[in-house]
Design a protein around this ligand. Structure first.
Ligand code: TYM
Length: 326
């Protein structure tokens, strides 16, 4: 039997988990469980690079793990754990930091954005090196992420190539996997910015556990345009195009068939139908969020970490050997 290819991905436990995370990442994480050997992480070390409150952080970590499980990641089939429970991530990040240029890190868009808001710190600058370590630690082939992680993935690939060239050929070069539609879900309040956990405007995003009434309110207040025809056109009608993508994803219908049905229905009726489809599509996730207890989450995460520590230790042997350690 040939070995299944490996996949790794992660999410920061920063609260406000939204449908962008679900569509851009979690849905792919779930579907990839069928054919790949999957390793998923709540990347808590990454979340410490911007100012945070330790007590809130503790519960955000659990909440994010619950969201991943509620989205359909099955801990029987996939390895799921908190990044900080497996010290090998930080060890490999150190090794990779010695072959990563500071200039390349300073050019990262997310570093520029976040260091404006949160102030500069070394952790924020070296964030992409830790992310490269997450991915390369398990020598994975594919990384299911949203579009906003493209630059980080490029850096990971560069670092892997540099390592293979400078030392021994240890790392496969990982591929980025993004969904065909929904790789960048946009804010409901500003269809030119991505939907984000940190947007101060709560109406900009739909949370995974939003009730149907909340979803309806947010979709009704979504910013569109002054025209009245529903068309899929990102240049002229970004707000409507964003809603069409969400409607299509959660209803399983094609964008063309939705445009045909709602072209002349008016934005009001279109928004109500889109909100209903989103609420219906999210219902199973919301229900599971309500039923998975903190204790269950902690047990699953501890069991995952135990398996991961062993796996990571095995993987580190060839990496340490390549750089002259161990
Ligand atoms: P994070 O926590 O910001 O987001 C988790 C995942 O959700 C995707 N995503 C979106 N997809 C579509 N539309 C959106 N509006 C949207 N917002 C977020 C992200 O692309 C991501 O896939 N640096 C990563 C975490 C990380 C990681 C890793 C990912 C650390 N190590 C290793 C993959 C592999 C991040 O901050 O994701």
């Amino acid at each position: 039997m040939t070995e299944r290819k490996r996949v790794f991905s992660g999410v920061q436990p920063t609260g406000n988990v939204h449908i962008g995370n679900y569509i851009g990442a979690f849905r792919n994480w779930v579907s990839m469980q069928e054919d790949f050997d999957c390793i998923y992480n709540v990347v808590d070390l990454h979340a410490m690079t911007t100012p945070y409150d330790p007590a809130a952080f503790r519960s955000e970590r659990i909440n994010m793990a619950r969201s991943v499980l509620a989205s359909g990641v099955d801990a029987e089939r996939s390895l799921l754990y908190f990044q900080s429970d497996v010290p090998h991530h930080a060890e490999l990040a150190w090794i990779l930091s010695t072959i990563t240029g500071i200039g390349q890190l300073e050019r990262m868009t997310q570093y520029k954005e976040k260091s404006d808001r949160a102030g500069q710190n070394l952790g924020l600058l070296s964030y992409p090196v830790l992310m490269a370590a997450d991915i390369l630690l398990y020598k994975v082939h594919a990384v299911p992420v949203g579009d906003d992680q493209t630059q980080h993935l490029e850096l990971t690939r560069d670092v892997a190539e540099r390592f293979n060239h400078r030392f021994t050929e240890v790392f496969p070069i990982p591929e980025r996997i993004t969904p065909e539609i929904g790789a960048r879900v946009m804010s409901l309040q500003d269809p030119f910015s991505k939907m984000s956990k940190s947007d101060p405007n709560e109406k900009s995003r739909i949370l995974l556990d939003d009730a149907p009434e909340a979803i309806l309110k947010k979709v009704k207040s979504a910013v569109t345009d002054s025209d009245r025809y529903v068309r899929y056109d990102w240049e002229e009608k970004a707000g409507i195009s964003n809603l069409l993508e969400l409607f299509s994803i959660f209803s399983g219908r094609s964008i063309e068939s939705l445009v045909e049905e709602y072209h002349e229905a008016g934005y009001g009726a279109f928004k109500i139908a889109a909100a209903e489809a989103i609420a219906e599509g999210l219902a199973p996730v919301r229900e599971r969020m309500g039923s998975i207890e903190d204790g269950d989450v902690m047990k699953i995460m501890a069991a995952g970490a135990e398996v991961a520590r062993e796996k990571a230790e095995q993987e580190m042997i060839s990496i340490r050997a390549a750089v002259g350690l161990g």
